[in-house]
Design a protein around this ligand. Structure first.
Ligand code: IPE
Ligand code: IPE
Ligand code: MG
Length: 247
């Protein structure tokens, strides 16, 4: 059934990617430590997953911790790592019941055993779900992703002529999903910050001043309306289809 906030015939993206930015500033405005903003950011994420699933979006991919976020003060980094454990124990059962399949994308080698185990638990517990796929980018960078895909291609012994865009896409961390149709960044900055560099080639970009902990249904619906008003061309003529990169 169509969600009431979606108009008849409104084009809905299959895949939405979000840079969840602005937690620190949101906390600062409240004279609270940055980690307070990150905690509320988790609640905003759970709200958003639900809202996306209700609107028929099949894939939601969120940037939770970048390859470069290790540069932050150690107490913030360790607070974020602990928050992963808290968030998984608090929300995993709910998300599993709601039909959410969780996938983690990023370099797991550098995170602690406990965080790796929590991610594994989230993936295992939700592997059977099909309503919406939530990919959480954690210790992720777009450049890392392109590099690790090339390394995998070399390790597989692919010959240069066997490697093409389709094959490389499959070896990348988002090989399980089509490219994002809509890319949203909250927090007011107008940049990609090393998120899905390869995959956003033809995504529609929406930048919002809303700070991530305040993001909810109203902001999502505004971005979806903006998306529906765009004319996608993929380098062709109006209403051209994306080149099928995956089978
Ligand atoms: C985004 O919020 C969350 C992470 C990067 C972990 P920020 O922590 O970057 O918040 P601002 O940009 O400083 O407000
Ligand atoms: C991007 O936000 C990373 C995440 C939201 C996880 P940042 O706050 O790290 O990006 P910059 O430093 O403003 O570019
Ligand atoms: Mg930021």
């Amino acid at each position: 059934m169509q969600h009431p906030s979606v108009e008849q015939g409104q084009r809905i993206p299959r895949h939405v990617a979000i840079v969840m930015d602005g937690n620190g500033r949101w906390a600062k405005r409240r004279f609270m430590p940055r980690i307070f903003g990150h905690k509320h950011g988790v609640d905003a994420l759970v709200r958003t997953v639900q809202a996306c699933a209700d609107r028929g979006i099949e894939y939601l991919t969120v940037f939770a911790f970048s390859s470069e976020n290790w540069k932050r003060p150690t107490d913030e980094v360790s607070g974020l790592m602990s928050l992963v454990l808290v968030a998984v124990s608090k929300y995993l059962t709910k998300l599993e019941k709601e039909g959410v399949r969780i996938r983690i994308i990023g370099d797991r080698a550098a995170v602690s055993e406990r965080v790796r185990a929590a991610w594994q638990q989230a993936e295992n517990a939700t592997a059977h779900n099909t309503r919406i796929t939530l990919s959480v980018a954690f210790n992720y960078g777009g450049r890392w992703d392109i590099l690790q895909a090339c390394q995998r291609a070399l390790a597989l012994g692919l010959r240069p002529e066997e490697l093409d865009e389709v094959r490389l896409s499959q070896l990348m961390a988002m090989g399980h999903a089509p490219d994002p149709d809509l890319f949203i960044r909250t927090g007011g900055e107008v940049r990609i910050s090393n998120f899905l560099l390869w995959q956003v080639a033809y995504s529609e970009l929406v930048f919002s001043d809303c700070l991530w902990p305040e993001f909810g249904e109203a902001q999502l619906d505004a971005a979806l309306r903006d998306y529906a008003s765009r004319e996608r061309r993929f380098g062709g003529v109006p209403d051209a289809q994306p080149q099928a990169l995956r089978a």
